[in-house]
Design a protein around this ligand. Structure first.
Ligand SMILES: Nc1ncnc2c1ncn2[C@@H]1O[C@H](COP(=O)(O)OP(=O)(O)OP(=O)(O)O)[C@@H](O)[C@H]1O
Length: 242
């Protein structure tokens, strides 16, 4: 479980996250939605340690990420998988080398062990046949799947996905959603997804947090989303669903 307590972040005196409280459960797809510039990416960056909030706590199964000693921070980082927007693959590495990369940098396993684990993850996303191809030779959807394989190679407890569907056709988007959903359930991962795609939110958002101007304005399930009487959420939905 990940808990956020009063997360406050500002840039040059401009408040971008204003006291965010929430908790994200394991085995569930937790989604963060909201208009452009409302703080979704900043929140994700605060959670994974790219940005440091001025106030608040991020608790990983009770461990305070922002106050923890270096060893604990390292341990928590190793338990995170991140699927970056666009996949963020290394162009000069093969698909297999991309997936193996976290193992190369964070473990002392033998090359055989690392290749075996990376191949297993590629198999999980249906891409073992593409292991020796270069990223430039595969489609956008395949790149996302490679990104997912790399995100799960360290067997994460926490998975962060920033716009996993951006740039994909609707059919491929459904496949990526399904894959993220299956992996979340299979390994009981606490998954956080930032999304602009309402189809995706309705398909898999078991817990949804709606941000507006850096504040959490609404939270609930996808089933309750459309019943909301919060005006700013109604307005957001009307722009998305028409
Ligand atoms: N490093 C930074 N320095 C200064 N301001 C920043 C920085 N990063 C983000 N911001 C500002 O913080 C606000 C929230 O940005 P954020 O990227 O979190 O929005 P978002 O909700 O993810 O938007 P989008 O859906 O368009 O990606 C924006 O006004 C942005 O300009």
């Amino acid at each position: 479980m990940i808990q956020l307590k009063h997360i406050h972040k500002e840039f040059d005196g401009r408040v971008v996250l204003d006291g965010i409280d929430s908790s994200f459960q394991p085995g569930k797809i937790n989604m963060v939605i909201g208009g452009s510039g409302t703080g979704k990416s900043v929140l994700l960056k605060c959670m994974i340690g790219i940005l440091k909030p001025e106030k608040g706590q991020v608790l990983y199964d009770g461990r305070d990420f922002l106050q923890a000693d270096q060893e604990t921070v390292k341990a928590i980082r190793r338990e995170m998988g991140v699927l970056f927007q666009g996949g963020a693959l290394f162009d000069s590495k093969t698909v297999l080398e991309n997936v193996r990369f976290p193992l190369d940098t964070l473990t002392s396993q033998s090359v055989e062990e690392k290749n075996a684990r990376a191949m297993m993850c590629l198999q999980r996303v249906g891409l073992e046949a593409a292991a020796h191809q270069m990223p430039s030779d595969i489609s956008g959807g395949m790149k996302k799947r490679v990104g997912i394989a790399r995100a799960i190679v360290m067997n994460p407890k926490y998975l962060f996905c920033d716009e996993p569907n951006s740039g994909l056709d609707p059919l491929t988007a459904v496949k990526i959603d399904l894959l993220i959903q299956e992996i979340t359930k299979e390994f009981n991962i606490t998954t956080i997804v930032i999304s602009h795609d309402m189809n995706s939110v309705m398909r898999m958002g078991e817990y949804i947090m709606f941000l507006k101007d850096g504040k959490k304005v609404w939270e609930g399930s996808n089933q309750n989303l459309l019943k909301t009487d919060v005006p700013s959420l109604q307005e957001f939905l009307s722009t998305k669903l028409t």
